[in-house]
Every structure is written in C-alpha cells, then in structure tokens.
Design a protein around this ligand. Structure first.
Ligand code: MG
Length: 388
C-alpha cells in the first residue's frame, strides 16, 4: 500500500489522480490533500477518500470548510503556505503528487523533498524555476522524482533500459494547440474563448493558454533539461497534432524510441504512482489502425515566439528561467482578465527577459527573488502598454 498526498487535488491532475486511487484501493491510500478555493469539490473528495489532514488557500476558506464538514468527523484542517507544506511532509505519506499549478507549487514541493518523500511531479514550474537546486536536493535525500507531464513521462520511459551516454537528443512532441493552422495575421484578434479550446487535452486555464502560445512547450524543454540532465541544445520540439506519440528519444545510432498512447493524463499519472510497476488498464487501448495517419512538423517560430524565448532563457541559465516563468504567469493572468491581447503575452515576456539581470541560483530565496523581480517587471510593462 502506497500512502499518497496530493497538492492540488481539485485541479485536473488531482481529479485524475483520485480517479486512479479510487480504482486501485488495494494499492493506494490518500492520507493528505491540499486544494485552493473549490470547496464544494474538495468536500466531496474529503468525504470519499477520508484523508487525515487537509489544507486550503487561506484561513477564511479553512473556516468555511470546517463548517461544511461539520463537527466531529473532520480531518485536521490547515491553510496557506504552512498548511500546504504540512500536507507535503505528512508523516504517513510515501509519495507526494505535486500538482498545484504555477510558482505556488514550488515551496511545498521542496518541503516534500526535504522530508524525503518521493515526488510525482506535475508542477513543471518546480523544475523551470529551481531545477538545479531541486535535483541536487532530491539526490542528497535519495528522493525519486517521477514526471507526470505526459512528455516527460514518455521520455522517462524511453530512457529506461538504455545507456544515457548514447542519447543523441530528446524530442518533445507538441500538439500545436488550437492555433496551429491559424494564419499569423489573425493572431492579433484571438479571444480568451479561442485560446481556451484545446484540441486534445482537458486541462486548467493557465496551462491551456500556455499550450495555445506554446509557452507550455518552452517551459517543458527547461523541465526536461533538469529532469534528464540534458544540455538544452540536445532538446528539440516536434509538432504532432494527434498527441499519440507523447515524446521520443533518439540514440547515437539513429534509433528513435517513442512512447505512445491515447491522450489521457491518467496514463502518465498511473505510471508515476505505480513506478516501477504498471497498472492494469490505466487508459484505453491505443488502436493505431483506427487512428490512421500520424503527422509531424516543425514548430512555426513566427507564430509561436514563446518557444524561442524559453530556449533563450534556458541558455542564459541562473535566474532567467524563473523570470521567464514569472512574467508569463503575470501576462497570462492579464490576458485572462482582458487587459492585454493574446499576442502581447510573448511581447511582455520578451521585454522582461531583455531587461532581466541574470543572477546565480544557490538557494530557494534566490529563486523567489527572481520570481518577484520577474512579476514586478511584467506588471510595469503591462501598465505601460495599457497607458500608451
Ligand atoms: Mg505536457
């Protein structure tokens, strides 16, 4: 029996994780859950899975949750950063599913690593912002970090049983998002609703918009750089609209190993939870004969400048990727609020990166400082644009 904590249980990764737990009650038990503000769903999850400890975003929501659950059948209810950290390091937990979206997922993930918990990592910002630190810390504590992101889960599987010295390059596949075939001249009028229509994957709003701009793939190349200790110039992106090949590894002899499956997040989540074993019937069978054609093409950097920005930030190293991520989060937030256009997101990130003074990352505080500087600068740039 593996005891599991989930950070971000009401998000799409959290919900899928709980579905896997519910279907495999003899293998997994939920002991701790953390969510944000979606109390009605969180209450149903608590009633169904009976965790020992839970946490929500703040005191106000903790109070409401306490009322909703009623006395005396309540788990320990906590809130805020300290609550998330306690869920992440709960004594009975064997594995933490890190699925809080955005930079907020970093501190509790580090707390879990320091407590010696294995990590099923869905929060890519942990690697983008603090990859070098996190990998070193996990290694020193003997912690396994198993990727949940479908591309990284695929590469993790494609590397298994092979000699890493013989890897020529990693190829991350990208669906291309909803605007793959939209002509460049129409990008200026993309609406929020347009950007929220992902062709293949059901995900939260932030990551869906990142997929539409391809910043998601940019963050993923940085994630891959640290997860697999691979130079950034050995990580390529290939657009593959069907999302059947989840990513590939090319070896020095020209052989390419690909991992395939239906596009269903329960695949990579199941593998991370049960690693090194596989779960029976985690996802539906892939019937390639009925899929028919699989297409592959190069990304269009004119339409999707975010990808080049991510390569540039990764090349600079140090605090640059944290600033990239921070400014993108702020810009996507402004786009969701209707303050800026879709195409402004990459322009804002570029302006922040161009003026960012890159510093070394030696401690978590350095990461948080880079994050703060990136956010503040992005807000300045947005304000300036709104006035002019
Ligand atoms: Mg992904």
């Amino acid at each position: 029996m593996k005891n599991i904590s989930i950070l971000g249980s009401t998000g799409s990764i959290g919900v899928n994780t709980l579905d896997i737990v519910a279907r495999n009650p003899s293998r997994f038990k939920v002991v701790a859950l953390a969510a944000g503000r979606n109390l009605s769903l969180f209450k149903r999850q608590i009633d169904k899975f009976g965790p020992e400890i839970v946490s929500v975003i703040d005191d106000e929501h903790a109070g409401k949750l306490r009322e909703m659950l009623g006395y005396p059948v309540v788990p320990k209810i906590l809130s805020g950063d300290s609550g998330y950290r306690e869920v992440a390091s709960w004594k009975k937990t064997d594995m933490v599913v890190s699925a809080i979206s955005g930079a907020a997922g970093l501190p509790p993930t580090i707390e879990a690593i320091d407590a010696g918990k294995d990590i099923a990592l869905a929060n890519k910002e942990t690697m983008v912002m603090a990859g070098e630190l996190v990998i070193a810390r996990a290694a020193s504590r003997g912690v396994n970090i198993i990727p949940v992101d479908s591309e990284h889960g695929a590469i993790f599987q494609c590397l298994k049983g092979h000699n890493k010295k013989e890897v020529k390059r990693l190829v991350l596949t990208a669906s291309g998002g909803p605007f793959l075939n939209l002509p460049l001249e129409r990008f200026a009028s993309i609406s929020l609703d347009d950007a929220l229509q992902h062709p293949n994957w059901e995900m939260g709003r932030k990551i869906t918009i990142d997929s539409a701009s391809m910043m998601n793939k940019g963050l993923e190349i940085i994630e891959a750089r640290w997860l697999f200790d691979m130079n950034i110039d050995k990580i390529d992106v290939c657009v593959h609209p069907q999302s059947i090949v989840h990513s590939m590894v090319e070896y020095i002899d020209g052989s390419v190993i690909a991992q395939m499956g239906v596009p269903d997040m329960r695949g990579p989540i199941s593998y991370a939870l049960s690693y090194p074993e596989r779960l029976q019937g985690a996802v539906e069978t892939l019937d390639l004969c009925s899929v028919g054609a699989l297409e592959f093409m190069s990304p269009d950097s004119g339409k999707f400048p975010a990808l080049e920005l991510a390569y540039a930030a990764a090349g600079k190293g140090g605090s640059a990727p944290a600033a990239l991520n921070a400014s993108n989060e702020v810009a996507v937030g402004a786009f969701i609020e209707g303050k800026i256009r879709f195409v402004d997101i990459a322009l804002i990130v570029k302006e922040v990166l161009d003026s960012h003074r890159t510093k070394e990352i030696n401690r978590v505080e350095d990461v948080l400082d880079a994050d703060c500087r990136g956010r503040a600068r992005a807000r300045e740039v947005i304000e300036k644009r709104m006035i002019s």
